[in-house]
Design a binder for this molecule. Sequence first.
Ligand code: NAP
Length: 157
Amino acid sequence: MIALIWAMDENRLIGKDNLLPWHYPKDLQYFKNHTFNQSVLMGDLTYQSLKTYYKTKPLPFKKSYVANINDQDYPDAIHVKDLFQFLKDTQEDIFIIGGKTIYQLSLPYADRLYITYVLQAHEGNVYFPAFDLSKFVLIEKRLEEKLIFSVYERKQP
Ligand SMILES: NC(=O)c1ccc[n+]([C@@H]2O[C@H](COP(=O)([O-])OP(=O)(O)OC[C@H]3O[C@@H](n4cnc5c(N)ncnc54)[C@H](OP(=O)(O)O)[C@@H]3O)[C@@H](O)[C@H]2O)c1
């Protein structure tokens, strides 16, 4: 199962200077609850961003995959050079945890989407690309303060 998990504001903003544009402890907790000890895939820039957050602490995942077109060794992650081959071949349950480029390329392979809608406009410079939810069905929706936690599943053909 391939799941994408992200938070975006009402303009689909997701990032600011390679960091999150906001601080919503409930969303961070939601992210941690879902991805703790799971296998995750992220782009190189998101990996660098997480490393500034975790510093010398180990990443809290079972296995971390990092997509990068350039050859690179990661001390605590597995390098994925060919993202499409990886997404086609993997037998693991994977959470795709960003960023914009990797979300965009992975969306056609997603079985499930965990979208946190931030009910406010923030400032930043990275946006989730326009996308079509018509191939997905909403299976969960929960409102908490200024956030809507929603889960979608791909419709069966
Ligand atoms: N709000 C949220 O939920 C959330 C979650 C995560 C991240 N973010 C934000 O998203 C932003 C980062 O997104 P981003 O798009 O700039 O970077 P990114 O998706 O984290 O990383 C892009 C990386 O993917 C590589 N890549 C591109 N195509 C590939 C392919 N076909 N196969 C393998 N690797 C490939 C690129 O390699 P090259 O450099 O060689 O082209 C680049 O290193 C940050 O602001 C971050 O805070 C937000």
